[in-house]
Design a protein. Structure first.
Length: 295
């Protein structure tokens, strides 16, 4: 439970060579969301997925290192999208026509784990976006886009100013939304270039699209490996002492519930053992009390 949100926000990747199984899996209450996929070969076999043919035979065939299949993404969507887990054998027949016979290929796939229940909110440029959750629940940011997308937005229709439909997005939108809203009951932010910078050409209308979920589990902020952690002594000193204790108690209760649901036999054994030990201790106490009264 404690690492649920951090697992959701993490970007996963996996690979498998021809003849191997690829296995994708997401945590409880989430499903697979395929981000990108590649099947073919763009690096020599001594770097990734060495050839299974004998060395003498492999030298007769020139290895193709510019080989790819355009249907790999669609195939991964068909096999794994919106599922909790999926597994299948990787081979060229799975993706249609083999673009480079005789060359050993491999599959690379990038995916995220999307919550089963999530909300989406959009704010037009210079408007205020407000997120909120019910009592005892906190915000978990899944994705955030600030800029202009190819499909546009129904809430913020673009005015045709004679500019081509160019997609442009802020590279720091997700990190900023996590910093502002992650783990809070409510938050607000302006969809402005002052907050997110301007990723587009001047004059292009932008919007902010945030996908989030409300969760009642303790939230761990995802670690951004590209930046050092920011510490704020003033904010930590103003945090109420009771909040940490309540979250720790809630975390222990949820962890105990998770253990019981995953190990019912062991939990029953512990319960019966505890009852037996309690009865023995009670019997000993009664014997001592009766002995003391007799004396």
């Amino acid at each position: 439970f404690a690492g649920y949100i951090s697992q959701v926000l993490k970007n996963y990747s996996d690979h498998a060579c021809d003849g191997e199984y690829v296995s994708l899996r997401c945590p409880h209450r989430t499903t697979i969301s395929i981000q990108s996929s590649f099947y073919g070969r763009i690096v020599p076999s001594h770097q990734l997925c060495p050839s299974r043919y004998p060395h003498s035979y492999a030298t007769l065939i020139k290895e193709d290192v510019a080989c790819s299949v355009g249907t790999s993404l669609q195939k991964m969507l068909d096999e794994c999208q919106d599922r909790r887990s999926c597994q299948f054998l990787v081979n060229s027949r799975l993706f249609g026509m083999d673009p480079c016979p005789g060359t050993g290929k491999y599959l690379l796939v990038w995916y995220k784990c999307r919550p089963n229940e999530y909300k989406s909110k959009v704010a037009c440029e210079d408007d205020k976006l407000r997120l909120s959750c019910k009592k005892s629940m906190v915000i978990a940011i899944y994705s955030a886009i600030f800029g202009r997308t190819q499909g546009g937005s129904l809430e913020c229709p673009y005015q045709n100013l004679g500019m081509p439909m160019i997609e442009c997005q802020s590279a720091t939108a997700l990190q900023l939304m996590i910093k502002r809203c992650h783990g809070k009951r409510s938050c607000s932010i302006y969809a402005s270039t002052y907050e997110f910078g301007d990723p587009c050409y001047p004059g292009i209308q932008k919007h902010l699209n945030v996908i989030y979920t409300c969760d009642n589990t303790p939230v761990l902020l995802p670690v951004d490996e590209t930046q050092p952690p920011a510490l704020s002594s003033s904010s930590s000193s103003m945090e109420p002492v009771g909040v940490g204790t309540e979250m720790a108690l809630l975390s222990n209760i949820l962890a105990a519930y998770a253990f019981i649901t995953e190990n019912p036999e062991r939990a029953a054994l512990y319960f019966v053992s505890g009852v037996c030990i309690g009865l023995v201790l009670t019997l000993l106490a009664l014997v001592l009390r009766v002995s003391c009264r007799t004396d």
